[in-house]
Design a protein around this ligand. Structure first.
Ligand code: NAD
Length: 144
């Protein structure tokens, strides 16, 4: 018996290092997992490797409609959502600060902060079963 039997999870940034490892672990522990990422080739391979347990959806976490649709796909397919793991993140804008472009700074906030906000918002809106929300992102170091 797995520790996540009967649970449904959404993992963002699901085809990269920590995200992919989380998807594989959650599935091995019995969960159904909606894998959300922008890397479609890797996402399709993950879905194929874990057929029946994992669905991939193209999801840019900086776009509200993408996050809403990913959460909806999990609930539509499996009837509930228990775990929202806001893992997607980018290194983003790195210093020296006088060279950082405003658009890179904005993009970093949209993905690393906005993605977590949208994940919480849509998971909370769609699932009475939600019991676990986690975020894993970081600020980029600067130099100079
Ligand atoms: N690896 C570390 O040492 C470390 C340390 C602290 C924090 N973190 C944070 O943990 C998370 C995962 O780290 P990792 O090392 O696995 O990173 P990674 O770069 O290997 O994976 C990140 C994943 O996020 C996806 N992604 C990027 N932009 C996206 C977007 N807009 N929408 C959806 N998906 C997007 C990428 O395609 C990738 O699959 C990140 O948020 C990172 O900032 C990592």
């Amino acid at each position: 018996m797995g520790r996540l039997d009967g649970k449904v999870a959404v993992v963002t940034g699901a085809t990269g290092g920590i995200g992919e490892a989380s998807v594989r672990l959650f599935a091995a522990e019995g969960a159904r997992v909606l894998a959300a990422d922008v890397e479609d080739e890797r996402g399709r391979r993950l879905e194929e490797a874990l057929k029946g347990r994992v669905l991939y959806r193209h999801t840019d976490v900086s776009k509200e409609e993408d996050v809403r649709d990913a959460v909806k796909a999990a609930v539509d397919n499996w009837g509930r959502l228990d775990i929202m793991f806001n893992n997607a993140g980018i290194v983003g804008a790195v210093g020296p600060i006088e060279e950082v472009k405003v658009e890179d700074f904005d993009r970093t906030l949209r993905v690393n902060l906005g993605g977590a906000f949208l994940g919480i918002k849509h998971a909370a809106d769609s699932a009475a079963s939600l019991s676990w929300v986690a975020h894993y992102t970081s600020g980029a170091p600067s130099s100079g």
